[in-house]
Ligand binder design. Structure first.
Ligand code: UD1
Length: 416
């Protein structure tokens, strides 16, 4: 029922269009709370996490509607600052609402956010930055509470460029009193998208794309329209599928400029990458080379979200690859399943040593989280025979229709 069935071992051939970005749309939807009116957000992916965010916005009093891939949020009446629903605990990005609700109402009470099981994922950096902006953090009825008599700008330096904490500071700062200078901010493209949306709505933000943001608080934001950029991680996942299975694919709308680290790896492995104004192509004709050493890093380094999908491809590369995971401590959960498919992988702390094998064998595997689940699909496409990836609901948190997309690329894959 909750599974994906794959008959693997065939080359991929074809083209598919890349959906809107999950990690961009979630904070943008949260940001729409700051606009006392209507925001029209185009190119939204219909994925489980976006539906959770929609539920949360509705709990807070927003009217949210879909027309095709366009979401309209009317946040004129936002009066409830309590969020204890399942949507909070099921999705890490519900933490985005902390900065947004604080900016709108000055207080919030919410359950501790959930999300993927890829690490401890604390929120200390978020809370410490918000405290500096005048927020008092407490706990009440098993919810955590945040209150600010007046949010005020200040000078902040994050101890680590956390994506979520950067987004929360931005959301709290755009309508705070005075100027916020945020140093060591995350530079992920999704931060640029959030700032792009907020600037369209009248926010005053300088330094977008750099690690130093200067945000001058404005009195109010106004109604706006915005188009969410394409999802670099979804595009990256499909590129790793071609690296694993071989073939010739084209990904329409793939944001090549945001994918430089992966494209460089694909070329080093021996793939032939082409980039034009419409997207990204990849040809993989021969057996690929291993990657002697790769470390996940903050943007523009190699993204942690593509570490597992790439690992699946490296299982079949010629020679030994070493991957060091430096962002999340629990992102090798797929190793056991890959080994059962015939992969030779050894892990020592946060390093994985992958010795390329001739072939993988299809088998039943179980997704435990979003990107790891997608990586098992990648492995299934490259493996000979039938693979069943159970728990597809994890994958559907981030991929609108992974089976359809991969069928467009010639794969034999279906849900069941
Ligand atoms: C976001 C992305 C996720 C991606 C990650 C890193 C969204 C919805 N999710 O997650 O797909 O994998 O960036 O690129 O955009 N940390 C702390 N304390 C904090 C905050 C973070 O210790 O207060 C640690 C985390 O445990 C983790 C690291 O910092 O080890 C990175 O986390 P962060 O950049 O905040 O990632 P997320 O925003 O959760």
């Amino acid at each position: 029922m909750d599974s994906i069935y794959i008959y693997g071992g065939n080359f991929l051939r074809g083209e598919t269009k890349i959906q809107g970005s999950k990690n961009a749309v979630l904070p943008i939807l949260a940001a729409s709370l700051l606009v006392k009116g209507t925001c029209v957000i185009k190119n939204c992916p219909r994925i489980a996490d976006v539906c959770h965010m929609q539920n949360l916005l509705q709990e807070l009093g927003c009217l949210v509607s879909w027309a095709g891939s366009t979401v309209t949020v009317n946040a004129f009446h936002v009066n409830d600052s309590r969020m204890n629903g399942e949507s909070v605990t099921r999705m890490r990005s519900s933490i985005m609402l902390l900065g947004a609700v604080l900016g709108r109402l000055g207080e919030v009470a919410m359950a501790y956010p959930g999300g993927c099981v890829i690490g401890r994922r604390p929120i200390d950096i978020h809370l410490s930055a918000l405290r500096d902006m005048g927020v008092e953090i407490g706990e009440q009825d098993q919810l955590f509470t945040a209150k600010a008599k007046k949010l005020h700008g200040t000078e902040l330096e994050l101890p680590f460029p956390s994506v979520g904490a950067t987004e929360n500071v931005i959301l709290a700062a755009v309508t705070a009193e005075g100027t916020t200078v945020l140093k060591n901010a995350a530079k992920e493209p999704e931060i640029e998208a959030l700032c792009g949306f907020l600037k369209e709505a009248g926010a005053d933000i300088d330094g977008v794309g750099s690690s130093r943001l200067v945000i001058k608080g404005v009195k109010a934001l106004h109604e706006t329209k915005y188009t969410v950029p394409s999802d670099r991680i979804v595009a990256g996942t499909y590129l790793t599928a071609a690296l694993a299975a071989g073939g010739s694919i084209f990904l329409e709308n793939a944001p090549a400029g945001q994918m430089k680290a992966l494209l460089a790896v694909a070329e080093k492995m021996g793939g032939c990458v082409t980039v034009n104004g419409e997207g990204v192509g990849l040809d993989v004709i021969h057996k690929l080379n291993a990657v002697p050493y790769l470390k996940t890093e903050v943007h523009p380094g190699f993204p942690t979200d593509l570490q597992s999908p790439l690992m699946a491809a490296l299982c079949l590369a010629r020679g030994e690859s070493i991957i060091e995971e430096s962002i999340f401590e629990n992102r090798f959960r797929i190793v056991g399943d890959l080994q059962r498919m015939g992969a030779e992988i050894k892990t020592v702390q946060n390093k994985a040593y992958i010795n390329g094998v001739e072939k993988l064998q299809g088998t039943d595997v179980e997704a435990e989280e979003l990107r790891g689940g997608a990586a098992l699909v990648v492995a299934g496409l490259a493996a000979e025979g039938k693979s069943v990836v159970k728990n597809r609901h994890f994958i559907e948190r981030g991929y609108e229709n992974i089976c359809k997309d991969l069928r467009n690329l010639g794969a034999d894959i279906n849900i069941g």
